[in-house]
Design a protein around this ligand. Structure first.
Ligand code: HEM
Length: 495
């Protein structure tokens, strides 16, 4: 709450400064302009309350393309998903990296990245895919099994139900297993000490993430700077150099940073911390929603569980809850119902905005008939949540359907709007040049977690709880967190 007050104070001071400046007027060929009556802030407050509702309301009034004045920026929203390809393919005139290059350093506390390093960092993202994906996936499996077995599978076999908070459960297991997979383990131990304190600090930082991304200076956000410094301190080179089994991705990045004398140890550590955020900030809430939807739809859960058992049987694996399980990348790819369940929960819970910055004044061609006047510095935005919840594309868009992405036993990839096939129909991971390089790993690790959960445990929601709702403060930034945690029960299955 105090963070919100500080945000308001920050905005107010900017308000008086920008009161003096006049807003712009719409020119011929430009889309309808929605300015709002508050100077500088424009429509930012209304947008921030419920971005999806705001955009749908203005779409009804102004059509598929309109510009909104949001906190000093002019943002043109392209609402028709049939037009997405014309934005995504516009590489030169519409740039993503300029935006990210400004926002990420301020958020994670490292200095502006020189272009040569930026280029090398970008190339390192390949190490999350291809052959490295198999290694990462294998390592993640072992780490998930380790954490689950030590923390949740001890005690007597069949020893009754245990009660827990679902987000907390997903968070503790996924955070630690991902951490071990990416950064490795300490010398002479299989797990890092102080992991739960690190996780608590991460949650504190993560709660402030929307404000940092919005450009609120960290010194206005209470203890956030101290918490961030503590998190960064975890990754100082002298600590990381003692860890083993570090992923190729992180080792390569460490090597890169060593080549830049201008980077201090604390800057290198801040880069590693940023990757920690990228690798768990969305994956953990995405895991929560997948678990939540399956546990609250027992028939769907049973369908997915059966698919996993069928796969194991076909592969000649005799599953026993006494033994550890390993599922490799190829096996995970065959689990299409599981993938459909994950896609469906991402459709319902993700709300990442895809932003491009216009590099010059130009006319943006949308389709055969329409072009659009764009000014240098304007933002062009896609808001895929509107597509994800469009009843013309997805019947009953608010309901969870485990087989929505299945046809004839395979993953369904054809979805239509106005009778035309959509090139993009599910976009939790962004698009084009800014598309998430960790997307395959993310889906694999969520699949692995769900496989273990469904095979080893019986799961139930506790009674008398209201349905989980989304905390909208992250709208536009990724996967939404639940507004409140959900209580559930789990019990070891005896197979
Ligand atoms: C469900 C989980 C995930 C979701 C929904 C997600 C979503 C996204 C999105 C939307 C972006 C693009 C941001 C933009 O366009 O502004 C992005 C970027 C990125 N993601 Fe993910 N992500 C997930 C998991 C991961 C994982 C597991 C990793 C790494 C292990 C990762 C690493 C990255 C990196 C490094 C970038 C920056 C790419 C760049 O600067 O070009 N992500 N992610």
């Amino acid at each position: 709450m105090s963070a919100l007050l500080l945000l308001l104070l920050g905005l107010l001071s900017l308000f008086f400064f920008f009161c003096l400046l006049r807003g712009r007027n719409r020119r011929d060929g430009e889309p309808p302009l929605i300015k709002g009556w508050i100077p500088f802030i424009g429509k930012a407050l209304e947008f921030g309350q419920d971005a999806h509702k705001f955009l749908e309301k203005h779409k009804r009034k102004y059509g598929d393309v309109f510009t909104v004045h949001l906190a000093g920026k002019y943002m043109t929203f392209i609402m028709d998903p049939l037009l997405y390809p014309s934005i995504i393919k516009h590489g030169r005139q519409l740039d993503f990296h300029e935006f990210a290059a400004k926002v990420a350093p301020v958020t994670f506390g490292y200095p502006f990245v020189v272009p040569a390093l930026q280029e090398q960092i970008h190339r390192s993202f390949k190490l999350l895919q291809g052959d490295n994906l198999s290694t990462l996936t294998e390592s993640m499996m072992g780490n998930l099994m380790l954490v689950l077995r030590q923390d949740h599978m001890g005690g007597e076999r069949g020893g009754g139900w245990r009660s827990a908070s679902m987000y907390d459960f997903c968070n503790s297991v996924m955070f630690e297993a991902t951490f071990l997979t990416m950064y490795g383990r300490p010398a002479g131990a299989s797990r890092h000490s102080g992991m739960s304190a690190l996780r608590d600090d991460f949650v504190r930082f993560d709660n402030m993430f929307p404000l940092l991304i919005a450009g609120i200076p960290v010194w206005l956000l209470g203890r956030t700077k101290a918490v961030r410094d503590k998190l960064i301190g975890y990754f100082l080179p002298h600590r990381m150099s003692c860890w083993s089994n570090t992923s190729e991705f992180i080792r390569t990045r460490s090597g890169l940073f060593e080549q830049y004398d201008a980077l201090r140890d604390v800057d290198k550590a801040a880069h590693h911390f940023a990757i920690l955020w990228a690798s768990v900030g969305n994956t953990i809430p995405a895991t929560f929603w997948a678990v939540y939807y399956l546990v609250s739809h027992p028939a769907a859960l049973q369908r997915v569980r059966q698919e996993i058992h069928d796969l194991l049987r076909l592969d000649g694996v005799e599953f026993s809850s006494d033994a550890d399980l390993a599922l490799d990348r190829e096996q995970l790819e065959k689990l299409v119902y599981l993938e459909s369940a994950i896609n469906e929960s991402l459709r319902l819970s993700s709300a990442s905005m895809n932003i491009r910055v216009a590099q010059e004044d130009f006319s943006l061609r949308l389709d055969a008939e329409r072009s659009l006047g764009v000014r240098k510095g304007d933002f062009i935005a896609l808001y895929p949540q509107s597509m994800h919840l469009d009843p013309d594309i997805y019947a009953q868009p608010q309901s969870f359907r485990v087989d929505r992405y299945i046809r004839d036993g395979r993953l369904k990839t054809d979805f239509y709007k106005d009778g035309q096939k959509l090139k993009y129909y599910l976009m939790p991971f962004g698009s084009g040049s800014s598309m998430c390089p960790g997307r395959y790993f993310a889906v694999n690790e969520i699949k692995q977690f769900l496989c273990l959960l469904l095979l080893y445990f019986d799961l139930q929601l506790e009674e008398d709880q209201s349905r989980a709702t989304q905390d909208l403060s992250r709208a536009g930034l990724g996967v939404m967190l639940p507004a409140a945690d959900v209580r559930f029960r789990y019990k070891l299955r005896t197979v």
